[in-house]
Design a binder for this molecule. Structure first.
Ligand code: PMP
Length: 405
């Protein structure tokens, strides 16, 4: 009965990594990788994560029992405070239903499943996503049987946000639409709205009664400042939207990629509704993963609940974001040097977070890969953390060579 199962296409990201690994040229550079690398192009275990790990190892009663369906209690509370702020009124009023999830992907998926089941049937039961979207947004939403549409976001000509077109679309779509937003460090473009643009976006969305669904995969990783990277979410919360969702990931900011550590937060109008929402999300969780994995949540809550470890974590975040900013500056300076083209690569330093949309086209990307052994995705997206002082000159030379093609 299963004889006709067709071959599925390979995942483009994981395919790129496999091609990089198979390349035997010593000069090869991986600019596809969606994970932080240190200046030696190696994965980095945060020093605070090593410490939390030690503490856990020395905890006498630690066992391998199941966590509760919603997850580790202290982790849920600490995660809420991290996203919404310690003194947040909605936390005080118990208006947030929080579930521990399989990292950000699981949070997006649980949120999508929840909306698919409970969002009222109407024209507006469609999730609006940025153009271009994060590579996994559409597959996740479609898997949960939600329809999707694009809102304009990035303009190739200026390599920045098309805010007017975005606002016009938010005005034009049906009231009560679901809008998926990147809280900071937009993936793939690296382009974020400014605070004044966020205010405009929030105000139109409030007026049109849209439902904000934030994807927060880079809090603290983008700017090195946990509060600054949560600013957009907190601004929306301050406008008192009747409902708001946040998919939170600890993959990047704790370097806990493989531990699958995240949360879904649903802000509701009151505590009673939040409790009902949580009960329904627990049902969805039970059939999907039964209970979430424990280790990453224990690491995160150990750090989040200790003021000393928390400030060490902030230091680690500044190390990662600082190195990325340094590499953005270095690559830009090398590309513009001596060419009388001041500002041509300014998007490298204006964009933020792990990724940069270079504007390189698929043909240039192909040549970079085949001739220079420099690997990036076909859309010209560069993972800046793949750059280091050992390869940035070579990458600049390679980009310079394909620039005029
Ligand atoms: N959303 C965005 C925008 C991302 O960039 C990522 C990580 N690449 C995720 C969600 C989910 O990642 P994870 O499931 O590893 O937390």
């Amino acid at each position: 009965p299963l004889a006709s199962v067709p071959m599925a296409p390979k995942d483009p990201m994981f395919g790129l990594s496999a091609a990089f690994r198979a390349d035997t040229d010593p000069k090869k550079v991986d600019l596809g990788v969606g994970a932080y690398r240190d200046d030696n192009a190696k994965p980095w275990v945060l020093s605070v994560v090593k410490k939390a790990d030690e503490i856990l190892r020395q905890t006498p009663d630690l066992n391998h029992e199941y966590l509760p369906i919603a997850g580790l209690n202290e982790y849920l509370a600490a995660s809420q405070q991290l996203v919404f702020g310690k003194d947040s009124q909605i936390l005080h009023n118990h208006r947030v239903a929080t579930m521990q999830t399989i990292s950000g992907t699981g949070a997006l998926h649980l949120g999508a499943r929840f909306l698919s089941k409970f969002f009222p049937e109407s024209d507006a039961k469609r999730v609006h996503v940025s153009s271009p979207p994060y590579v996994n947004h559409l597959p996740i939403l479609h898997d949960a049987c939600l329809e999707t549409a694009f809102y304009p976001y990035y303009t190739p000509t200026t390599k920045s946000l098309d805010c007017d077109a975005l606002l016009a679309t938010l005005h034009a779509i049906p009231e009560h639409s679901i809008v998926l937003l990147h809280a900071c460090a937009h993936n793939p473009t690296g382009v974020d709205p400014t605070q004044s643009q966020w205010r405009q976006i929030a105000s139109v969305m409030r007026e049109r009664q849209h439902l904000p669904f934030f994807d927060s995969a880079y809090q603290g990783f983008a700017s090195g400042d946990l509060d600054a990277d949560a600013w957009a979410i907190r601004h929306f919360v301050s406008l008192d939207f009747p409902a708001l969702l946040v998919a939170q990931s600890y993959a990047k900011n704790f370097g806990l990629y493989g531990e699958r550590t995240g949360c879904l937060h649903v802000v509701a109008q009151d505590a009673d509704l939040a409790a009902r929402i949580k009960s329904q999300m627990e049902k969805l969780q039970r059939v999907n993963i039964s209970t979430p994995p424990a280790y990453g949540a224990r690491i995160a809550s150990t750090v989040l609940s200790s003021p000393a470890l928390f400030s060490e974590w902030q230091e680690d975040l500044r190390t990662m974001s600082g190195r990325i900013v340094e590499m953005r500056r270095a690559l830009r300076a090398l590309l513009e040097k001596g060419k009388g083209e001041e500002g041509k690569w300014k998007h490298l330093t204006e964009q933020t977070g792990m990724f940069c949309y270079t504007g390189l086209d698929p043909e240039q990307v192909r040549v970079l890969r085949e001739k220079w052994h420099v690997y990036l995705t076909g859309d010209g997206r560069v993972s800046v953390s793949g750059l280091n002082w050992g390869n940035v000159r070579y990458v600049a030379e390679a980009f310079g060579a394909v620039e005029g093609m």
